[in-house]
Design a protein around this ligand. Structure first.
Ligand code: AMP
Length: 112
């Protein structure tokens, strides 16, 4: 499958790793939209949040238990935002489920 994030997980495309375990991988976004901008992805290919089912929900739950740890390691003690874009109208450009962690500064109150 020609998936950019699957290639990043395999190490075929370089990335700035923040965290990794058996189920997920976190790395810095190449085009940060906040002072701190990290992506957390499942190692298994899931197209988007729209494709989460009972089975893949387990890895999503796992990711959400790791996000506080990842945020702490990034110095986001004052808060952060978790975003996942879905589909064309959601402006999802990479079709592999990912959670943006944005922070390091006061973010805009507007979300869209
Ligand atoms: P989205 O638009 O929600 O699908 O988010 C995709 C994100 O992936 C964007 O914020 C991009 O900047 C980021 N991105 C694309 N290619 C890379 C890469 N090679 N390394 C790190 N982040 C990337």
């Amino acid at each position: 499958m020609d998936c950019l994030f699957c290639k990043i997980i395999k190490g075929e495309i370089p990335s700035s790793k923040v965290y990794e375990d058996e189920a997920c991988y976190a790395f810095l976004d190449i085009a940060p939209q906040a002072r701190v901008h990290c992506l957390v992805i499942p190692k298994e290919h899931i197209c988007s949040a729209d494709a989460i089912d009972g089975e893949s929900a387990k890895v999503v739950a796992h990711i959400f238990t790791k996000i506080p740890e990842i945020a702490k390691s990034l110095g986001l003690g004052e808060g952060y935002r978790i975003v996942t874009n879905v589909g064309e109208f959601g402006c999802q450009s990479v079709k592999h489920l990912h959670f943006h962690i944005l922070g390091g500064e006061k973010l805009s109150e507007r979300m869209a």
